[in-house]
Design a protein around this ligand. Structure first.
Ligand code: FAD
Length: 464
């Protein structure tokens, strides 16, 4: 319960020294009493700025008002009108920069915990079989509209598919991996986003009539032109940004060096932490994760849970510049992750083909660069060696070039992002739309969903 009227209701969490040895969820969620207390903090503003802060325009005051009145299922139904994945967004959205960043309550105190309330309404309804059964609005018995193909089953593809299926379009998602969900399944760890929950959210789309075909690589198994010739009247590309970047420093080819993408996929999707899993994962005593975003935090926290004695974040700027959500870096610190700020790797050192150390140089912060952040400058002569067995590179991802290479008529940025018309998400190729990380580069779940939604509206207009 809040100690001051302006304080938000605390989120119960697993003890840091217990949770850093298991993969169960860190945040345990509000109970009904806590959710009602938090919901009652909402001022129900007439001109609700929180709604405009949300890329999918969830009717925030309405759903919170329903929680305050104890109508949890109605709260969920209100959420579901605009957001097909509320249990996911309630957990991983950067609310502090979006809806909660606009909350009037936040001016003099703490913003209403909109994300936690969203999570509560979704969990409460989905965990009650009787309530859950009645949730997705029934689609037409058989889709009657034209066929639409979706490339990729991450949040962008799932959202675009859900929007179109609700309108009666005959939607098929083609997914390269064996499990749908994109980063939600292979990237974000179980302790932040339980996979059973992602599967439940995806099952709701199946109920809406969306077909998901796994193990199909568009551009290899079949091309977009072949899909169009095969009767699909429009295609949405939501293929994400799954191509990891490396630093280009000596030693990146040693055993014990991973991209964060590979490391997290082995752990999350292939369940490498489970002794029964046929996919191995090597984690040494000392693990260095290079980078400062959510991906880096996830990799360092996963390494700790997999048995690393010391798991480091090596970041070239200072703590104030960390791009990760504050909540994530705070949780990482609580779990014993060691942060080395203003440190830049110059070489990975090896012995017998395996990583044995990481050479770093100290940095200082100079004037702001084009991103507005102060740029790191190396301090000459400050090179030093850290003993490491594993190095995980988490400095960003870009879109895979396969779609561009296999689809004539699609233009891309130099860094690989697909070029679209911003108001419709249409590419230059007639009937082909794109959105999410494939267009923006690595961004957020909710921005990918917003793009999927925008594209669905444009596809509907195009096809009618
Ligand atoms: C480790 C990690 C942690 C993150 N944490 C957060 C967070 O806390 N909050 C947040 O908001 N965002 C977070 N993000 C970012 C967020 O997950 C992404 O911005 C979002 O998932 C992008 O959605 P998408 O649908 O565009 O792409 P993705 O989720 O990448 O999905 C793309 C899908 O397309 C499939 N695909 C690719 N190419 C093909 C092809 N040729 N044929 C068929 N299928 C294909 C892929 O297998 C994948 O399933 C995180 C990202 C990572 C990697």
């Amino acid at each position: 319960m809040p100690s001051l009227p302006n304080d938000r209701v605390k989120m119960p969490e697993q003890d840091p020294n217990v949770r850093n040895k298991n993969f169960s969820e860190v945040a345990l969620g509000y109970n009904p009493e806590a959710a009602i207390a938090e919901a009652k903090r909402c001022l129900n503003c007439k001109n609700a700025k929180c709604v405009s802060g949300c890329p999918v325009n969830v009717p925030i005051p309405e759903f919170i008002h329903k929680i305050a009145g104890g109508d949890f299922k109605e709260a969920y139904e209100t959420l579901f009108t605009q957001n097909a994945l509320p249990a996911i967004c309630g957990r991983v959205c950067p609310q502090e920069n979006q809806c909660e960043g606009q909350c009037i309550k936040g001016i003099k105190g703490e913003a209403v915990a909109i994300g936690r309330l969203e999570r509560f309404a979704a969990d409460f309804t989905m965990n009650d079989p009787a309530l859950n059964r009645s949730i997705p609005q029934k689609p037409p018995a058989k889709p009657t509209g034209p066929k639409v193909a979706i490339v990729g089953s991450g949040p962008a593809g799932l959202t675009c598919a859900g929007e179109l299926a609700r309108k009666g379009y005959d939607v098929t998602i083609f997914e390269a991996l064996h499990e749908p969900g994109g980063v939600l399944m292979y990237g974000i760890p179980e302790f932040r986003l339980p996979k059973a929950l992602v599967k439940k959210e995806i099952a709701k789309l199946n109920n809406l009539g969306v077909a998901i075909i796994p193990n199909v690589i568009i551009g290899k198994s079949i091309t977009i032109d072949e899909l169009l010739a095969d009767g699909f009247k429009a295609v949405f590309i939501g293929s994400g940004a799954g191509l990891p970047k490396f630093m280009g420093i000596p030693g990146e080819n040693l055993n014990g060096v991973y991209s964060a993408n590979e490391f997290l996929t082995r752990s999350n999707l292939m369940k490498a932490y489970d002794q029964e899993s046929p996919t191995p994962i090597f984690v040494g005593k000392n693990v260095a994760v290079i980078g400062g975003g959510n991906v880096a935090m996830d990799a360092a926290r996963t390494a700790k849970r997999l048995g690393a004695e010391k798991s480091y974040i090596i970041y070239r700027r200072g703590e104030a510049e960390l791009p990760a959500r504050k909540e994530e870096s705070h949780h990482a610190k609580e779990e014993g992750i060691i942060f080395k700020f203003l440190s830049y790797p110059t070489a990975i050192i090896g012995e017998n083909g395996w990583v044995s150390g990481l050479e770093c140089i100290d940095m200082a912060l100079g004037p702001p660069d084009h991103s507005g952040r102060r740029s790191p400058i190396a301090k000459e002569g400050s090179e030093h060696l850290l003993a490491m067995d594993t190095v995980i590179v988490a400095i960003g991802q870009s879109p895979n070039p396969l779609i561009r290479q296999s689809t004539p008529g699609i233009a891309t940025q130099k860094w690989g992002g697909i070029i679209v018309h911003e108001d419709t998400m249409a590419t230059d190729k007639t009937g082909v739309y794109a959105g999410g990380d494939a267009v923006s580069g690595a961004a957020t779940v909710i921005s990918a969903m917003g793009a999927g939604k925008k594209a669905a509206a444009a596809i509907e207009q195009y096809l009618s």
